[in-house]
Ligand binder design. Structure first.
Ligand code: GLN
Length: 283
């Protein structure tokens, strides 16, 4: 009797747990669903059925990659973010669920009428594109220094049928100066990890996410200083600036923002209870 979906899943959970992976159960399930191209409810209905040979082989390949610390999002090649599916590969930072808080906060400040949003360091495009998906009359500008990241963001925009509403720009922050001047909302999840702790990150992050998307310089704050300086001279009064921040950076990033012409400075927590967003309104 060949292996069933259920027994394949149980064995996989045991292997991932034995390797010390904390989320063994959830990860094994996601990898099995991806390998077999099935939904959770398909799995419940078919748990006792034999798993096809090709699916079993693909599942084994996925498990071996996970045991070598490839992140699940890269193995599957897609990540769910704000209920949308984003292509995920080594061209850009993998979307994190913590970043959904930033998009929700931006949407709360975006009335339904037409508007313009700028995303500084768009990466995969998940922030800007999930925002635009919810605001059909808005247009956006996606800036990134990395041509690789932009190529991935363009593929994601095409999948979500958003490419007509996004202007893609390659270059440093100042390349977006004109777009920033016209924006109602500027969002950014810039690189914010201190250079000296990059070596201590989990291998899933250190070996798979681009350093350009992580390295925030000696104190992790270089991008915030540069973006705030640029936005404080370019942004229109009343427009919002929203940053994702590292869990311990709320104080420092708030200090940077409050040194410039912004009001209504506040911070928001993610669902793990960490400060994750700092936002303010241009005076
Ligand atoms: N949130 C990412 C991490 O935990 C860092 C992303 C960034 O530097 N913007 O690795």
């Amino acid at each position: 009797m060949s292996e069933t979906y259920g027994s394949a899943l149980r064995k996989a959970i045991a292997r991932l747990s034995a390797a010390g992976l904390d989320e063994a159960r959830a990860e094994a399930k996601f990898l099995l669903l991806g390998a077999c191209d099935m939904s959770s409810s398909d799995l419940i209905l078919n748990e006792g059925e034999p798993i096809p040979v090709e699916s079993a082989a693909r599942f084994e390949d996925f498990l071996q990659r996970r045991l070598r610390h490839a992140p699940v999002s890269l193995i599957l090649g897609v990540t769910d973010f704000m209920g949308l599916s984003f292509l995920t590969d080594e061209r850009a930072l993998a979307p994190r669920s913590d970043s959904e808080r930033l998009v929700e906060a931006a949407l709360e400040r975006a009335p339904q009428m037409a508007g313009k949003v700028v995303d500084l360091g768009t990466g995969s495009g998940c922030l800007l594109q999930s925002f635009l998906h919810e605001r059909q009359t808005w247009t956006g500008t996606a800036l990134d220094l990395s041509p690789d990241a932009l190529s991935l963001a363009k593929e994601n925009a095409a999948r979500l049928k958003l490419e007509d509403r996004i202007t893609f720009l390659q270059g440093s922050w100042a390349t977006a100066a004109n777009a920033i001047a016209e924006a109602d909302i500027v969002i950014s999840n810039p690189p914010y990890i201190r250079t000296e702790v990059l070596d201590e990150l989990d291998p899933e992050v250190r070996e798979h996410d681009p350093m350009l998307a992580l390295d925030g310089g000696a104190d992790g704050l270089i991008a915030y200083r540069d973006i705030v300086s640029l936005c404080s001279v370019k942004m229109t009064p009343g427009a919002w600036l929203l940053f994702e921040i590292g869990f311990d950076q709320a104080e420092e990033v708030s200090t940077i923002v409050s040194g410039h012409s912004f009001a209504e400075l506040s911070r928001l927590k993610d669902y793990s209870g960490h400060n994750r967003v700092v936002l303010a309104r241009k005076l």
